[in-house]
Design a binder for this molecule. Structure first.
Ligand code: PEP
Length: 252
């Protein structure tokens, strides 16, 4: 049995006070769910420490929205795995579509980030997903297969056990358009098949695959009811504690 895992990606939102308040709201709303589901929130880098304090006595984990692959040195503006560990992070999102398509990250760079996260003791949430034009051109499987193979290249089975995969169709992120549960299930099943081919059956059966893309309290349960949907990566709706808590509760 794969334990459900819901993570909130706050993107470039909140400030210190609103971020701490949001975290406190998530903590109190999810108080009774310890052991039943894994939950994480991913605030901007600069608020990790304060938000981490608000999570301290809870079962809610702290995650970052990105990570750099080098350990330390002359990499202005970048943040390493050891720095993330130092401020209490458990997870790091790697290869979010906004980093792929707005910032220009490549599959190879994302692969280095995934590798560095695991080596540094951080659990990567590795994101894949196709653009609208790619879906329209029936290229979803091709794109997701390439992202999976390149992004997870060189990982051993042992390292792979640290990874969560997030399927986030780019056309559904922040647009209010959600993949239908059937569309999500189809790609999640493909991802699980790829995991079996690239690693082994045990990895395929144990790795959690989150869905992300305009998840809301009213569509969370239907998505989670799909066989291969093991969790959710939530953007916009994670900025309201009540909505995020409702999504978490629908995912238990
Ligand atoms: C995301 O940022 O990963 C995301 C899925 O955003 P939204 O829920 O707003 O579509």
């Amino acid at each position: 049995m794969r334990k459900s895992f819901v993570a909130g990606n706050w993107k470039m939102n909140t400030d210190v006070n609103s971020g701490v308040k949001l975290a406190e709201g998530v903590v109190s709303g999810c108080n009774d769910l310890a052991g039943k589901i894994d939950i994480a929130v991913c605030p901007p880098f600069v608020y990790l420490q304060q938000v981490g304090k608000a999570l301290q006595t809870s079962h809610i984990a702290l995650g970052s929205q990105d990570i750099y692959f080098e350990q330390k040195g002359a990499f202005t503006g970048e943040i390493s795995a050891s720095m993330l560990k130092d401020v209490g992070c458990t997870y790091a999102i790697c290869g979010h579509s906004e980093r792929r398509h707005v910032i220009g990250e490549t599959d190879d760079l994302i692969n280095k980030k995934v590798q560095a996260a695991i080596t540094g003791g951080i659990l990567p949430i590795f994101c894949v997903g196709e653009l609208l034009d790619e879906r329209k051109a029936n290229k979803t499987a091709e794109v997701v297969t390439r992202q999976m193979k390149k992004g997870l290249a060189g990982l051993t089975e042992e390292k792979m056990a640290a990874v969560t995969v997030a399927y986030e169709p780019v056309w559904a992120i922040g647009t209010g358009l959600t993949a239908t549960p059937q569309q999500a299930q189809e790609v999640h099943a493909l991802i699980r098949k790829l995991l079996a081919e690239m690693f082994d059956r045990k990895i395929a059966d144990t790795i959690r695959i989150q869905y992300g893309g305009s998840v809301k309290p009213d569509n969370a349960r239907e998505l989670m009811n799909q066989e291969d949907v093991d969790g959710l990566l939530v953007g916009g709706a994670s900025l309201k504690a009540d909505d995020f808590v409702a999504i978490v509760k629908a995912s238990v």
